[in-house]
Design a protein around this ligand. Structure first.
Ligand code: TYM
Length: 339
């Protein structure tokens, strides 16, 4: 069980169990979660409540929530160092979300690009949850007074909103929340789709060729990189006008810890075929190790349940303290202790 110390700053982050986590999730977020776990009090959540803003198959959502925890652990994030839990196990998230929604403006939520993108994609289900999603996300972060939030760049706008909400609340009711900072790594902040490199790689993309899942088998990974959309120039060089090859270079560098210059040198005079194979091999090398660990963790449901139960107890303890404070500050009458 994780033991938090007062001299360390707090980190909160989460991923939706709305599909199998991809190398975008790994390189943009999970890898950093792992790197930060020794220096911060880290709280990592499976945000199942966010996932139902888009229609999910209930049995699959349930299954994927546990699988997501096993993936977190397989990526080297250690339950002895961090708090893991499932969002719906801590009622404080929705309790705080309501209070914060009264400090969030309609206009602010209307400007969120993720809301615009998702409403376009799911035109038959533009529900209120999709619209107020960023308020729940602000509640996730502010509930634990997180200082730092490691995410990919697609979440930057949501974190800026969480900061604005925190500041607005603090001004209206006296200092209550820590104003959080985003932690976004430079080169892998936005891993792009393999079939359309102008778009972000996404676990919920209906085209499985567009993403590599952390749990994809090696031959599948190699095939997906071989088919990745690039241009006709065949020169391995970072170039903002050639998003396909630039994306592959970023992925290769992230998996090999090489710089783009080293990569360009290594593949000078060689075609895209060679390079794509090397990217696939480098990615598969890392993912196979993660998959071995995943298979061990997912086969021990009792252990995963124990981690979730302890994590929920720790998260609820912190969350309840924040909720009591917030309820008092906004003027809710204290619940009488009746014997
Ligand atoms: P989600 O589930 O879409 O993604 C989880 C994390 O992975 C990052 N990510 C990427 N990074 C680089 N390239 C990509 N192609 C890519 N795709 C995803 C995301 O930025 C994220 O860090 N709203 C969040 C979940 C959430 C959350 C929170 C995060 C809910 N509450 C509080 C932080 C703090 C989301 O949908 O992530």
């Amino acid at each position: 069980m994780a033991e938090f110390t007062k001299d360390r700053k707090t980190i909160f982050s989460g991923a939706q169990p709305s599909g199998n986590l991809t190398i975008g999730n790994y390189l943009g977020a999970l890898k950093n979660w792992q790197l930060l776990q020794d220096d911060y009090n880290c709280i990592y959540c499976v945000v199942d409540m966010h996932a139902i803003t888009v229609r999910q198959t209930p049995a699959e959502l349930r299954k994927r929530s546990l699988e997501t925890l096993a993936v977190y652990m397989a990526c080297g994030i250690d339950p002895a160092k961090v708090v893991f839990f499932i969002q719906s196990h801590v009622p404080g998230h929705t309790q705080l979300s309501w209070v914060l929604s009264c400090s969030t403006m309609f206009g602010e939520l209307s400007r969120m690009t993720q809301f615009k993108d998702k409403s376009a994609k799911h035109a038959d289900n533009i529900n209120a949850g999709l619209f107020t999603y960023p308020v729940l996300m602000a509640a996730d972060i502010l509930l634990y007074n997180a200082d730092l939030v490691p995410v990919g760049s697609d979440q930057k706008q949501h974190i800026e909103l969480a900061r604005d909400i925190a500041q607005r609340f603090n001004q209206a009711y006296s200092p209550t929340f820590t104003v959080p900072e985003g932690y976004i790594s430079k080169s892998s902040a936005r891993i792009m789709s393999l079939s359309d490199p102008e778009r972000k790689m996404s676990k919920s993309d209906p085209n499985p060729q567009s993403f590599v899942s952390i749990l994809d088998p090696k031959d599948e990974i190699i095939k997906k990189f071989k088919r990745a959309v690039t241009d006709s120039e065949s020169i391995v060089r970072l170039d903002p006008n050639r998003p396909g090859i630039s994306n592959l270079i970023n992925i290769y560098c992230a998996f090999t810890s090489k710089t783009p210059e080293e990569c360009e040198k290594e593949f000078e005079g060689r075609g895209y075929g060679d390079f794509k194979l090397a990217v696939g091999e480098a990615c598969a090398d890392t993912l196979t190790k993660i998959q071995d660990k995943y298979n061990t963790y997912i086969s021990d449901k009792a252990q995963l349940d124990k981690i979730l139960s302890e994590g929920a107890a720790q998260a609820n303890y912190i969350a309840n303290k924040t909720i009591s404070k917030v309820y008092r500050k906004v003027g809710f009458y204290a619940k009488p202790e009746v014997k």
